[in-house]
Design a protein around this ligand. Structure first.
Ligand code: HEC
Ligand code: HEC
Length: 426
């Protein structure tokens, strides 16, 4: 399927602006980190030089891709970013883990969450904010299932040192590996000849390069859906029926959260996520080691992988952070059919089962939970489970929202969101 990695970045008018913001975020990340040393002036200079010089945009994305796919950057070696974010799995995948959650560079290091797709990362608004409109406050954006990373530049640095992921002991050890790599010269060319002399600056520059790669090469808009939006092809009958069900407020109603606009003519108007946070009531995944403790719960925005964010004064009266516990950030559905596991805890392994859950969570909770109420939240947060938007607003007595043929049609439609579509020659 996807040939996203081979898609070369097309320089866009916004490219120099993007570099400016990249340069700013090096400065920000250096300033925001407290103990970190100031940014190497050469990084800022290189970023400035690059403004208006679009060839360097390609070079930086190329460098980022070399780092992203470098097997040597883990301890022990063998686990690249791409091990958990595989091009042929919609930039998700769990490094071969079959329990729905990621396995790190050491076989015993099984994480808490499903590797989140990196497809179309550039569409995710960052950092996390709380937006109040129409009498409602919603959490929006930020990277990771719990929105804890404020930018792609910063996010990229986390896995390198996370013991459950790439497990490097220090920034220095990562920088040493890059300095000894086949692309060390490309790194110097981008960030200055003395870059490797300053560990913190070099480490931060890794984030710049990876983010450039993610923004330039992970959003090709080359799916059948995109071709349809551009007027270059039409969906077949089943796919078209699936799209109608996806958009029908009385059926899937998926579009109420997974935003799209097929009529706009512009694929970028269809991110297939509003990047807000919900507690969908995903069943507990018993295969996650931490879940063997019945008192343990992954509460998303409320931790344990982050400190709960503080709410701004503009939220609706009476709301506290407790109202957001158990909520997770909605991913894009672009390339979703390529992923091996679904939802923050990887509980689901195939799309028809995801659809059956959406369809029957309310009418048959016993089937999903073995009990009447969600089994993966402490009692005090059960009220946070989404019950307003269809299909989650259905009274139990009204039965499933979707029939099996409906489900098959929606899955056929979801398959049209995979990149790498080639129209058959006439
Ligand atoms: C061992 C598996 C593993 C490796 C290796 C790994 N990741 Fe991840 N990645 C994950 C998991 C799991 C999550 C979700 C974590 C969470 O939400 O707490 C994630 C989330 C992300 C996200 C967030 C996507 C979004 O929409 O918010 C990005 C971006 C990302 N990873 C990039 C990278 C980069 C860059 C590297 C290499 C430097 C990397 N990952 C290495 C497992 C991995
Ligand atoms: C109320 C908002 C809402 C509606 C309506 C909704 N979703 Fe979602 N969807 C989410 C959220 C939030 C997540 C992530 C939840 C989590 O992991 O805890 C998600 C996750 C998913 C995933 C898993 C993606 C991944 O990478 O793991 C799929 C597939 C999906 N939705 C498909 C659909 C379909 C198809 C419909 C319509 C039948 C639909 N959704 C309706 C909010 C919604």
């Amino acid at each position: 399927m996807s040939s996203c990695l081979e898609t070369s970045p097309r320089p866009k008018p916004g490219a120099s602006q993007m570099l400016l913001s990249l340069a700013m975020s090096v400065l920000l990340s250096a300033c925001g980190g407290g103990a970190e040393t100031a940014v190497d002036p050469e990084i800022a200079a290189a970023a400035n030089r690059a403004q208006g010089n679009r060839v360097l945009v390609g070079d930086r994305a190329e460098l980022g891709q070399r780092i992203f796919t470098d097997d040597n950057l883990s301890e022990p070696r063998g686990t690249a970013c791409a091990a958990c974010h595989q091009a042929n799995m919609g930039f998700a995948g769990n490094h071969g883990g079959r329990d729905g959650v990621a396995v790190g560079s050491r076989p015993a290091s099984v994480g808490l969450r499903n590797a989140m797709t990196n497809s179309y990362l550039g569409l995710v608004p960052t950092p996390l904010t709380f937006v109040t409109a129409n009498g409602e406050t919603e959490a929006v954006g930020g990277l990771f299932w719990d929105g804890r990373a404020d930018s792609a530049e910063l996010q990229a640095l986390g896995p390198l040192l996370n013991p459950l992921e790439m497990n490097n002991p220090s920034r220095q050890s990562v920088v040493d590996k890059i300095a000894a790599s086949a692309y060390a010269q490309l790194f110097r060319q981008e960030f200055g000849n003395t870059i490797f002399a300053n560990t913190d600056a070099a480490f931060n520059a890794i984030g710049l390069a990876i983010a450039a790669f993610e923004r330039a090469r992970l959003q090709p808009f080359s799916s059948k859906y995109d071709a349809m939006v551009r007027g270059e092809t039409t969906l077949n009958q089943t796919e078209a029926r699936g799209m109608a069900l996806f958009m029908d407020p009385a059926k899937g109603n998926c579009v109420a959260c997974h935003l799209m606009n097929p009529a706009s003519g512009k694929p970028a108007d269809s991110p297939f996520s509003e990047f807000t946070f919900y507690a969908n009531g995903i069943p507990r995944n018993p295969a996650i080691p931490k879940n063997s403790d019945p008192a343990f719960f992954d509460l998303g925005l409320c931790g344990p992988e982050r400190t709960p964010p503080s709410l701004p004064s503009t939220v609706m009266p009476g709301l506290t952070i407790e109202n957001f516990c158990g909520k997770f950030r909605m991913p894009t559905l672009r390339n979703v059919a390529e992923r091996p596991a679904f939802m923050h805890n990887g509980f689901f392994k195939d799309l028809p089962t995801v659809l059956r859950f959406y369809s029957t969570r309310n009418s048959n909770p016993q089937f999903w939970y073995g009990q009447a109420l969600s089994n993966d939240l402490p009692a005090k947060y059960l009220d946070n489970v989404e019950v307003v938007k269809a299909p989650f607003n259905r009274p139990a007595a009204s039965g499933p929202a979707l029939s099996e043929p409906d489900i098959n049609a929606i899955v056929a439609f979801l398959r049209t969101l995979s990149d790498g579509y080639r129209a058959r020659p006439p």
